[in-house]
Design a binder for this molecule. Structure first.
Ligand code: XIL
Length: 371
């Protein structure tokens, strides 16, 4: 068969499969996105294999269950901007095409973050060069995807646990106004994109106060901020419901959207003294720290179901101001919590198991939505 003809046939077949999946997704009443359609967006983080649709388990599952996605890694600085004058847009462009194909919104993640920075940025010594990188990075990437992505995590994890600004390279070299400046640059480059601040533990009162001060400062400067993302990396038995509820109230009182952006519930012991999602932290493995290598006991499964049910009851109670719930991954096999903060553990933090089968928690929260 001549090459151009083969290309046309393949394109038509791909389009048919794409629209069939979309129609299936839209008619499957028991999917998460269907169940919560009137309440909030439902999202997942996507890895490279999922974006490229080589992960068989996710091909229909993602467009069926979710109506918004966040790239787990491919839009982070070390991947999308590995050298001073080199950008890798391939995978981000594929993600945009993926979103278009299935009618799924994209929350781009992220522009300014102290982690997963390429070496060239870590090695920048003088403030002027860092400022130049900062402006180029934000402007180039935000402009390229303006109108193509729904929203951006403009600044990620800029706060320390006590609510003061993290002593990152950006704070040290650019000073405390760098966050306002990041939003100002993004607003200019991406006028059709929502702009968010995203962080972990900002439900905690001290850190929350820091986040509120930060958001107020951006607003007072006359710069646009559309929402705040509470990451939601929590532990079974320690999901801080009361703090979460207070945070929803206080953040929404600022007139911005409140989102849960990286939800997962670890069932494994926390080797660290406190809750964190700092990707730079590491701990040693041991049998006691990896208690369920072959499966989860029923008692833990029950507790897990209850934790998600309680959380979603709360989310539904505040559905007027909570605009999105995004899980940090589709299924347990894919979760970053198998390798962080300890490499090689077996964790069970998501609604789909290692075979991508929905767990009891999945059905329970869908039931809640129907009540
Ligand atoms: C994690 C990814 O899931 C991992 O694959 C990667 O190795 C490290 O980063 N907070 C964030 C996310 O904002 O970008 C992090 O994602 C998890 C913590």
């Amino acid at each position: 068969m001549p090459k151009p003809l083969r290309f046309i046939i393949l394109t038509i077949v791909a389009a048919i499969i794409g629209s069939a999946t979309m129609i299936y997704a839209q008619t499957n009443k028991n999917s998460l996105q269907k169940a919560f359609k009137a309440d909030f967006l439902i999202g997942t983080a996507m890895n490279t294999a999922q974006i490229e649709e080589s992960d068989q388990q996710s091909i229909t599952l993602i467009p069926t269950e979710f109506n918004v996605v966040t790239p787990e890694n491919i839009m982070k600085c070390e991947i999308i901007h590995p050298q001073w004058d080199k950008y890798n847009f391939d995978l981000a462009d594929k993600l945009v095409a993926y979103g278009k194909k299935y009618g799924i919104k994209i929350n781009a993640h992220n522009l300014i973050w102290h982690s997963q920075l390429p070496l060239f940025v870590k090695n920048i010594k003088n403030a002027d060069s860092l400022k130049m990188f900062f402006e180029n990075h934000i402007t180039t990437i935000a402009a390229r995807y303006d109108g193509k992505v729904y929203s951006w995590d403009i600044v990620n994890e800029a706060l320390d646990e006590d609510g003061t600004l993290r002593k990152s390279i950006f704070l040290q070299k650019l000073g405390p106004d760098y966050i306002v400046e990041a939003f100002r640059l993004a607003q200019k480059a991406a006028p059709h994109t929502e702009l968010y601040y995203n962080d972990y533990n900002i439900e905690d009162p001290k850190k929350r106060a820091g986040a509120i001060a930060l958001i107020k400062k951006i607003q007072a400067a006359g710069v646009r901020i559309d929402g705040v993302g509470i990451q939601g990396h929590w532990h079974l038995g320690k999901v801080p419901l009361k703090n979460i509820e207070e945070s929803i109230k206080e953040f929404s009182a600022l007139g911005i959207k409140v989102m849960f952006t990286e939800l997962d519930i670890s069932v494994l012991p926390n080797p660290l003294a406190h809750n964190t999602a700092d990707v730079n932290v590491q701990a040693q493995n041991s049998a006691t720290l990896n208690p369920y290598p072959t499966g989860l006991p029923d008692s833990v499964k029950t507790e897990f179901t209850k934790a998600y049910t309680d959380l979603f009851k709360l989310f539904l109670q505040y559905k007027k101001v909570v605009s999105r719930i995004t899980f940090w991954g589709v299924n347990d096999a894919q979760s970053w919590l198998n390798d962080w903060p300890i490499k090689g553990r077996t964790n069970y933090p998501l609604l789909f198991d290692r075979n991508a089968k929905p767990k009891e928690a999945y059905y329970k929260i869908i039931e809640l939505a129907k009540q």
